[in-house]
Ligand binder design. Structure first.
Ligand code: VGL
Ligand code: ZN
Length: 209
């Protein structure tokens, strides 16, 4: 039986729209980039995955497409949805990975949020858990046992990805200094949720492999 630890580094949504100057900027979002670059340089991962928020321009999470107030919560067919500014539209500058983020040929890119009707914070599933991305299959095909999650934004896509990772059965680590969040209150809730499902929170300096 193969039971060797195999580690994946999952870098969530480090895209221009989520850093300073972007349309859905996370405060100090760009600070994660040098931390992430140094993690991948110092530590040995078996697989590196980048997720990319990749919306069609008519996406239902955009306030303008619903005549809704920015950041309000609207009841859509698919459930409650935060009304976001237009962000990470497919093939735009805002959807590109931040230019100083190290990105190698062997990295796997998983795009999400492509279905107009439903948002997808997690890299694994859409918010309704109706449709999966390829992420779980990719990790399982590579015999990954442990995942290390970081990126933007803490309270949405990063924590949702970490929760799903734990629920998929991976030993899941959330690298606190390699993420930044939108709001204190939602970050606290996200942290509680992660701890409840067994995600371990740690710092990049704790990694020793
Ligand atoms: C995200 C809100 C909407 C994120 C993506 O990457 O955290 N947040 N789309
Ligand atoms: Zn989005």
């Amino acid at each position: 039986m193969e039971n060797k630890t195999k580690r994946a580094f999952i870098i969530v949504d480090v895209q221009n729209d989520f850093i300073e100057g972007g349309s859905l900027a996370v405060p100090k979002g760009s600070e994660v980039v040098p931390v992430i670059n140094s993690i991948r340089k110092k530590n040995k991962f078996d697989l590196i995955v980048l997720t990319q928020d990749w919306h069609p321009s008519d996406h239902s999470s955009f306030a303008v497409n619903n005549n809704a107030e920015l950041f309000s919560v609207k009841e859509l067919e698919t459930g409650p949805q935060v009304m976001w500014p237009v962000h990470c539209v497919q093939n735009t500058e805002g959807a590109k990975f931040v230019s100083n983020l190290v990105h190698e040929e062997s990295d796997i890119v998983v795009q999400k949020g492509k279905n107009t009707k439903v948002d997808s914070y997690s890299g694994f599933w859409d918010n309704n858990k109706a449709q999966k991305t390829d992420l779980e299959d990719i990790l399982k095909q590579n015999n990954i046992t442990d995942t290390y999650i970081c990126g933007l934004a803490y309270d949405y896509c990063v924590s949702f990805t970490a929760v799903d990772s734990a629920e998929c059965g991976f030993k899941t680590f959330f690298i606190e200094d390699a993420t930044r969040g939108l709001q204190e209150e939602t970050m606290l809730k996200a942290k509680e949720k992660m701890e409840k499902v067994g995600v371990k929170l740690l710092k990049s300096t704790d990694l020793d492999f």
